[in-house]
Design a binder for this molecule. Sequence first.
Ligand code: ATR
Length: 265
Amino acid sequence: MKFAVIGHPIDHSLSPVMHHANFQALNLDYGYEALNVPPKDMHLIKEIITSKGLDGFNVTIPHKTEIMSYLDVIDEASCAIGAVNTVKIENGKWIGYNTDGIGYVKGLIELDLHLKHRKILILGAGGASKGIAHALDKITEHKVTVANRTLSRFDSWQLDVHTMSLNEAALELDQFDIVINTTPLGMKDNQELPIELTNLKRGALVSDIVYTPSETPFLKAAKAQGNPIYNGLDMFVQQGAESFKIWTGHTADIEAMKNKVIEYL
Ligand code: ATR
């Protein structure tokens, strides 16, 4: 079988090495390549993918929403989230899924935090936030709270969540057991925090979906207050494992995938 990831830029994607590590661990002679598809070429995506004879592909920035207009079927979660990161090609039909949110939550479940009873705050209201909120909604007994800089972003949300501004979230922070940052603040050279952590509850888990750097300024600030932290590495690995399951029906070798990614970081 043959797979790929489409995105732009895509040179630094670790998806190919991660998926190859899984194929190797499972003794599968499969392929997975990174395809650089600039936005101006998206209208050619059917031709690009068909010429490669792929059985499925991942979709990353900036195509997760745009790809939806090329799909024959879109699963319920992807519709609610408004983004697709996994396409399965079955008898020429393109079927879209989203494994980002479920990938994050699968990683979180393994931390054994009794998630069902936890009050959770998500910072940011983009595609990643929606995916995580959607996946958490099925697991926790409390409604998830989502805080965003721009409140009008919630107008397009179909999910039943509490919403608030980032300022309100900072003031009410002591209410939450888990705080997840999905905004890009703290990535690369950015040193800003999405919110101040002065009111952070003792012992609350502070998480960021970013995994490079492994500790964003937000995670560092939480760690300095003595709180446990959790980055986005497991999310990346688990979303890949979920895609593999969708494409092949098989369970991925998570450990082989994670070890390979760590080797490259
Ligand atoms: P993704 O799909 O990765 O979630 P996105 O859809 O572009 O990315 O969403 C980015 C999120 O980060 C949004 O919630 C955005 O807030 P706005 O709706 O107010 O734009 C948030 N974000 C981006 N830059 C931010 C900043 N400088 N401060 C606060 N929030 C920011």
